[in-house]
Design a binder for this molecule. Sequence first.
Ligand SMILES: [Zn+2]
Length: 305
Amino acid sequence: MISRRFESSPPAPGCFAGALRRAPLVGLLALASPLRALGSDTLAVSVEPSTVSLGGLAVVRVGGHGVRGTFEGKPLRFFTAGGGGKAALVGIDLEHPAGRFPIEVFAGRERARTELAVLESEYPEERLTVPPAYTAPDPATLRRIEREQQRLAALWERSGAERSWRGAFLPPTDGAPGSPFGLRRFFNGEPRSPHAGIDFRAPRGAAVRAANRGRVALADDLFFTGKTVVVDHGCGLFTLYVHLSRLATRAGALVDKGQEIGKVGSTGRATGPHLHFAARVGEARIDPAGLLGRDPAAIGEGGTR
Ligand SMILES: [Zn+2]
């Protein structure tokens, strides 16, 4: 219901990572109008949901202008939300520790603080067998892996300043979801990173579509993920499409929701044709199932006014 309501959301104004936007006039205005002095115009911040599981997504909402903020000391990327306030996504990485973590926001000389609670989560194990090159790579391959990891790490820092997505996210292919998010994985008996996405069962060559509007941040052939597309939806939100047999877009392209960007395949470390679909908020690996059928900009909207 919520996703339908926001399906026709208006063009999204820009987001900004706070530090880029300051409000130098606020101090002068406070001097000029004593009735609006500090404390009479307190900054209100909320986060919904206030408790999330690993891989979960929350939205920080703040009323006011020139808002900056951080989660665990890292900048939040605010966009203008329905109703005129500012909102920013917070993603909880699937290996994040449990506990309570601070969210701080600032506007001029005002500041406010709240907390996000992260729950402990348990995931089943999955054991897979792949060619030995994927668990015991040679030195040249190790250097390639390192280069690719650095390249990806740099991507998560450079999300577009505009919120590009519109309304709910769509499934990226027609197949049924298979392996879920978070499985603790063993390849050839050795523990490796947990499963940071969901797998759709689909035949080789089936169309892979952008789950929402965005800018292609990467379309390339990588060692572990094979032919891979990363779409930057702005304000820190990314989706990834992995193990493709063919790329049908290129880096820098603006893609629409539902636009074909490649074909299902089994390139990289895959045991057979399927689509591995993943999502990030900055560097945090989140459960992409939490995006499907939902507009993340609408999380908690209406509950805070
Ligand atoms: Zn997968």
